[in-house]
Every structure is written in structure tokens, then in C-alpha cells.
Design a protein around this ligand. Structure first.
Ligand code: HEC
Length: 187
């Protein structure tokens, strides 16, 4: 009688089937728990490949370098033709050239083009410590050096300022015109 009593309380598992179920559960439950944990942790990292933030443009936009320097080297093959177009004497242009005293209309035009496409790449934003166009305080001491010094710096380069702003194909006259423009905007 006493033996039967002990057997009653020895284990909740009474049949072989129950044993099999318990053994199986003891494998499945931890594995399921781990899977759920992994899902919980990585769930927040879900990336929707269709979202607009993952488009090629958006990614390229995020990866693109902070500054872009336009090298006018290969674009230089065309300016001659552009300059020719600019200098093609229309009656109105002829009149204005005749009216303008000493300034060469084509030089100023090419200078402005260099200024807009090359120089402003750095001087509009101040990349690498470039004095910003229009920043009078930054330009005042530079202008004080004299225009010839500025021409020389722009043509030969100075510290992070590359020779001719990197537009090696530009003529000295175009660079000087660009300096004139930059200085005029910064006085
Ligand atoms: C890659 C960037 C960059 C480009 C492009 C660039 N500059 Fe500069 N520029 C600079 C930096 C940086 C300085 C400051 C140099 C210093 O004093 O250390 C500077 C300074 C100057 C100065 C003042 C020089 C002096 O002696 O104080 C002039 C003038 C100038 N640039 C003209 C130009 C002109 C004209 C162009 C276009 C043909 C141009 N820059 C294109 C970066 C650039």
C-alpha cells in the first residue's frame, strides 16, 4: 500500500506517450523562443526594397561626396565654338561693343562662363577655405594684396586653390576676367 502511494507522487509523467511529448517540447520550446527573440531583435531593421528611400537615386544621393569639382578640361573643346557664337557680330552686339570702351565682350563672356562653371564650385560655398564670392570680410584683405597678386594666385594656384581652378584649358585672360568678376561681386 505504501509503495503504491509513493509511485502516485513520483512523476507527473505516467505513460510513454507523455514522456515523448515532454521530450519533444523540451526541444521545441527553447528553439521557438530563440527564433522569436531573433525576430524581435531584427524586426526593427526591416528594409522595404520598394520604399522610395531605397531607390537608386536616393541611394546615390546619400552616397555622393560632399563637394563636386567641375573639371572643365573636356568641356574646353566646345568653348571656342561658344566663344565664336558669342562673338558673331549681330548688329546689336556690334553696337554694344562699339559703345563699350575697353572691355572685350568675348573675354568677359568666357570669363563669366569659367566663373560660373569652375570657380563657383568652390567659391560659392567656401569649400576648403575658399573665400566665398560676395563675402566682403573674407575678400577685403585679399583684394588689398592688389589685383595682380589675385590674378597670379588664380592662374598659378595657391594652397588648396588649384591653378586656374582646375580649368587648365582656360586662357589667362578668361581666368583674369573670372577674378575680376569675383572681386567685383565681393567688394
Ligand atoms: C577646388 C576649389 C577651388 C576652385 C575650383 C577655385 N578656387 Fe579660388 N580658391 C580656393 C581656395 C581654397 C582659396 C584660398 C587659398 C588660400 O589663400 O589658402 C582660393 C583663393 C582664391 C583667390 C584669392 C587668392 C589670394 O591670393 O588671396 C582668388 C582670386 C581665387 N581663388 C580665384 C579663383 C578663380 C578665378 C577661380 C576659377 C577659375 C577659382 N578661384 C576656382 C579654391 C578654389
Amino acid at each position: 500500500m505504501a509503495e503504491v502511494h509513493i509511485e502516485d507522487h513520483s512523476s507527473p509523467i505516467k505513460t510513454p506517450q507523455q514522456l515523448v511529448v515532454v521530450v519533444l517540447l523540451s526541444f521545441i520550446v527553447p528553439v521557438a523562443a530563440i527564433l522569436l527573440l531573433v525576430k524581435l531583435i531584427t524586426g526593427g531593421m526591416h528594409i522595404d526594397p520598394d520604399s522610395s528611400a531605397m531607390s537608386e537615386e536616393a541611394i546615390a544621393q546619400r552616397l555622393k561626396p560632399v563637394g563636386e569639382v567641375g573639371m572643365v578640361g573636356d568641356a574646353e573643346s566646345t568653348p571656342t565654338s561658344e566663344a565664336v557664337i558669342a562673338t558673331t557680330p549681330t548688329p546689336a552686339a556690334q553696337a554694344s561693343v562699339a559703345a563699350a570702351p575697353a572691355t572685350a565682350a568675348s573675354g568677359a563672356g568666357a570669363g563669366e562662363q569659367v566663373f560660373n562653371t569652375v570657380c563657383q564650385a568652390c567659391h560659392a560655398t567656401g569649400v576648403g577655405g575658399a573665400p566665398k564670392t560676395g563675402d566682403k570680410a573674407a575678400w577685403q584683405p585679399r583684394i588689398a594684396q592688389g589685383i595682380e597678386v589675385l590674378y597670379a594666385s588664380a592662374i598659378n594656384g595657391k594652397n588648396l586653390m588649384p591653378a586656374k581652378g582646375g580649368a587648365a584649358g582656360s586662357s589667362d585672360a578668361d581666368i583674369k576676367a573670372a577674378v575680376d568678376l569675383m572681386v567685383a561681386k565681393s567688394k
